[in-house]
Ligand binder design. Structure first.
Ligand code: 0WE
Length: 255
């Protein structure tokens, strides 16, 4: 049983009960961590805060990770309230919906810029905010997807973003290793979240995933949360710069 009592975690990316951030938050909470959970804006606040209220001791914060000013004021507030930080979970991604269908070659400069800013640069920005608070070391993690490596039709510019994100994980691991801050990615199989809801053939993709994966099933948010809990814990004390697959084994198949 992993015990995170006395440790504080900040989680980015809570939208609703289907969010991967919610599965991770529940697992970290169950292990005794103190949680600071962030939602993007006023529009997300009500639904997010009603979930946060289900976890005793957890607090909600508004922070849009595309704003340096909001990141600065968030970490000032976290420093004030908690003093230090041990765990950071980044479960945020966005590309304009129009980029996630049709010909990849028609990727726009603006869609590319947005996807990279929200889905990749934000990890670097929040890591820079968190690192000074991780005075006893820490664990930073983000969410990736197999399309970073192999083509998944229509994932398009998000695939370029996830490749960049996995590379950023390696560079952050190298940069923050001397402070005993570990940086890893969890690469989850497809899950029906709010972000995935807009995806046309997700149901068919999930069916094919379950058919081909060694475990012959899909994965859920709490299973991703279990892997995140492991990475957050001392059991993972020598793991950094890594991509951990939580995908029923799908990624090992060649045919
Ligand atoms: O990373 C994701 C979701 C990424 C995502 C999804 C959306 C849809 C709505 C990012 N931005 C947006 N923007 C929107 O406006 N996944 C791994 C889920 C996902 O998304 C896909 C997939 C899968 C799987 C998009 C195309 C094809 C497959």
């Amino acid at each position: 049983m992993i015990n995170l009592a006395g440790k504080t975690a900040v989680v980015f990316g809570l939208a609703n009960k289907r969010s991967i951030a919610w599965g991770i938050a529940q697992q970290l909470h169950r292990a005794g961590a103190t949680l600071a959970i962030c939602y993007q804006n006023e529009r997300m606040k009500q639904e997010a805060q009603s979930l946060i209220d289900e976890l005793p001791g957890a607090s909600g914060f508004q922070c849009d990770v595309s704003s340096d000013a909001e990141i600065d004021s968030l970490f000032a507030a976290l420093k004030e309230k908690y003093g230090k930080l041990e765990i950071l979970v980044h479960a945020v991604a966005f590309a304009p919906a129009s980029e996630l269908r049709g010909d990849f070659i028609n990727t726009t400069r603006e869609g590319f810029r947005t996807a990279m800013d929200v889905s990749v640069y934000s990890l670097i920005a929040v890591s820079r905010g968190a690192a000074p608070l991780m005075t006893d070391g820490g664990s930073i993690m983000t969410m990736s997807y197999y399309a970073a490596e192999k083509v998944v039709p229509n994932y398009n510019v998000m695939a370029i973003a996830k490749s960049g994100l996995e590379c950023a994980v390696r560079y952050l691991a190298w940069n923050l290793g001397p402070k005993n801050i570990r940086v890893n990615a969890v690469s989850a199989g497809p899950i029906k979240t709010l972000a995935a809801r807009g995806v046309g053939d997700l149901t068919e993709m999930m069916r094919a995933h379950a058919e081909r994966a060694p475990l012959h099933r899909n994965v859920d948010q709490l299973e991703v949360g279990g892997a995140a809990l492991f990475l957050a814990s001392d059991l993972a004390s020598a793991i950094t710069g890594e991509v951990l697959y939580v995908d029923s084994g799908y990624n090992v198949m060649g045919f």
